[in-house]
Design a protein around this ligand. Structure first.
Ligand SMILES: Nc1ncnc2c1ncn2[C@@H]1O[C@H](COP(=O)(O)OP(=O)(O)OP(=O)(O)O)[C@@H](O)[C@H]1O
Length: 564
């Protein structure tokens, strides 16, 4: 594409660059800006780009530069060896005047030109920043271009945040969250001119109280830096605050209001399932770029209730093996995180115990429609031989509800593990996700129930998470797409009526249930939930907006867990 071919071009500004920096003329902005189209030039002039003099054109949608070639004295029409390059302004997140400064100099310095910062995609799901330098030594000349670019970035991209509340958990993983933020995130926020108000947590529950107390309306978004525990605490605080502000009466049947602010999750913990599921990668820079660019992803959230009371908002829960492993790992918090996790997995496998549970669930109706769509897409694919297509077809369950049939289903039995997941739960140990059949925003949860089986079979099932084989293809594993689940552990009697207050008293005075519940810890988003024998989990479609977008699924990954 040639810049010279454009219509209504402003007079060409010419500047000497690389020498005295003397300005001969400044670019004149287009007249009648109000009727300018996305292709019409706003500024046109000469800068050096990568040590070559270029004809540079700025429109409201892109910046284009074409190397200027000296005219040949022989008038030979040679094919140009230089190509016109451009960058879309929707990929640009920052623009700065570039100056040379001495080591201790804070302000001023010799102007070198303008630096433009662009978000680029690097491989699968990774985002990085790239700088383009437009060199010109004239202050006035650069100021005009700088101002125009700033105006475009401010006016054209309203989703991009300007002021963020940041919560950092310095205790996450190897106590490196502060360093991750300072080295990999804060410099990008600075380039994008994003202002921040930072809180560093001092104890468990601190992130929650920060959210209860801060003036939420002031901010364009919220950012948490830490692992899944921190992200879950912040999401819970944000959603609970929204219910309080909206005057919602919180009981097990309430319909929650949506979170008022988008949440950015910077992965700095040990597993980072939420960040992995939303960004497709554990990379703080990518998470920061999604926030800066204002990329939004709506995400489903579950409410966890017990005895008519809201325990918490969250994304995932595990009972049995998943709960016991976390409980053991938390007792050994002094160990380095990888060793702690592996130790807990091995020890829990050694003492593998089934939980006696009554599991009731309401299958998802909307998943029926979604899955039909999946099937239609798969049917269209000419080769059904693709491994993933065959697996998807096998995994999809279709539900038909005769009108008057009670839709609730109940299974009573002994389970080694029960997982309920509103998000795919992608992590380094499970590249397709612990729950690959659910999506971030489909209004449905995956219920995965592993019935009592031999230790060897259970390990086989666990190992399959690390490769692309179907981890659910065992007779002792059942998977369902559900919208609500009720679980009671160590039970002999039937489910209680959650609307009756008498049941609360009944359970609090029922010693046999209390003694059993001690042994059944829940793992809710990597946090331990203990002391409850009845839990009601319900999905709420797209209740929260996270910063993130467009995950590409890995097709060919095999991950080995060193402890299995
Ligand atoms: N200053 C602090 N001291 C001790 N604990 C804290 C502090 N701040 C927060 N916490 C708690 O630390 C817990 C664990 O943090 P987090 O989940 O972020 O890290 P992680 O366990 O390393 O990562 P992951 O959950 O991804 O495995 C959270 O539940 C949080 O409430």
């Amino acid at each position: 594409m040639s810049a010279g071919g454009r219509r209504a071009v402003a007079p060409l500004g010419t500047c000497e660059t690389g020498g005295s920096g003397r300005e001969r003329s400044t670019p004149s902005p287009e007249r009648g800006a109000e009727v300018r189209g996305p292709e019409d030039p706003i500024c046109r002039g000469i800068f050096q780009v990568e040590k070559r003099s270029c004809d540079v054109v700025l429109t409201s949608s892109r910046l284009t530069w074409t190397p200027i070639e000296p005219e040949s004295p022989t008038d030979n029409k040679m094919v140009s060896q230089y190509k016109t390059e451009f960058v879309e302004l929707k990929e640009v997140f920052g623009v700065k005047m570039k100056r040379r400064r001495s080591a201790r100099q804070q302000k001023g310095g010799t102007l070198l030109g303008i630096a433009i910062f662009v978000c680029i995609k690097k491989g699968q799901n990774k985002l990085k920043n790239r700088a383009i330098h437009l060199s010109n030594l004239s202050e006035d000349y650069c100021n005009v271009w700088f101002k125009h670019m700033k105006d475009i970035l401010t006016e054209h991209f309203p989703n991009r945040p300007k002021y963020l509340k940041v919560v950092i958990n310095p205790y996450s993983h190897r106590t490196e969250a502060k360093q991750v933020y300072n080295e990999q995130v804060a410099p990008l926020f600075k380039l994008a001119d994003i202002k921040t108000d930072i809180s560093i947590t001092e104890h468990e529950g601190h992130a929650f109280s920060v959210l209860m107390e801060c003036d939420i309306q002031e901010f364009d978004g919220l950012v948490c830096v830490g692992g899944d525990g921190t992200a879950s605490e912040v999401a819970h605080g944000l959603l609970l605050r929204a219910q309080i502000d909206a005057g919602r009466d919180i009981d097990s049947n309430f319909t929650p209001v949506r979170a008022p602010l988008p949440l950015g999750v910077i992965p700095a913990g040990s597993t980072n399932i939420l960040a992995f599921s939303v960004h497709g990668i554990k990379h703080p820079g990518t998470a920061a770029m999604h926030i800066i660019m204002g990329n939004f992803q709506k995400v489903d959230v579950c409410t966890f209730c017990s005895h008519n009371r809201l325990l918490q908002f969250g994304f995932t829960a595990m009972l049995g093996f998943g709960g016991r492993t976390l409980a053991l790992a938390e007792k050994h918090r002094w160990m380095p995180s990888t060793q702690r996790r592996e130790f807990a997995v091995i020890k829990t496998l050694t003492n593998l115990k089934p939980e006696n549970c009554e599991l009731s669930f309401l299958p998802s109706e909307n998943v029926y429609a979604v899955d039909q769509e999946d099937k239609r897409i798969l049917d269209k694919q000419s080769n059904h031989n693709s491994k993933r297509s065959r697996e998807m077809l096998r995994e999809i369950k279709f539900w038909h509800f005769p009108d008057n049939e009670d839709k609730w289903q109940t299974i009573q039995g002994h389970f080694l593990n029960i997982s309920i997941m509103a998000i795919p739960c992608v992590c380094s140990m499970a590249p397709r996700g612990l729950a690959p059949n659910t999506r971030l925003d489909n209004g449905s949860m995956s219920l995965i129930a592993v019935q009592n089986c031999s230790r060897a079979d259970f390990i086989k099932h666990l190992k399959r998470y690390g490769n692309l084989k179907n981890q659910f293809d065992f007779p002792f594993v059942q998977t369902y797409a559900v919208q609500e689940v009720k679980i009671r552990t160590g039970t002999k009697h039937r489910w209680t009526d959650t609307t009756s207050d008498k049941n609360v008293d009944f359970h609090s005075s029922h010693s046999s249930v209390i003694s059993l519940k001690e042994n059944c810890p829940w793992n809710v988003d990597g946090n331990l939930l203990e002391g409850t024998s009845e839990v009601n989990i319900k999905i709420h479609s797209q209740l929260i907006t996270l910063y993130g977008r467009n995950i590409e699924e890995c097709d060919d990954v095999t991950v080995k867990c060193s402890c299995l």
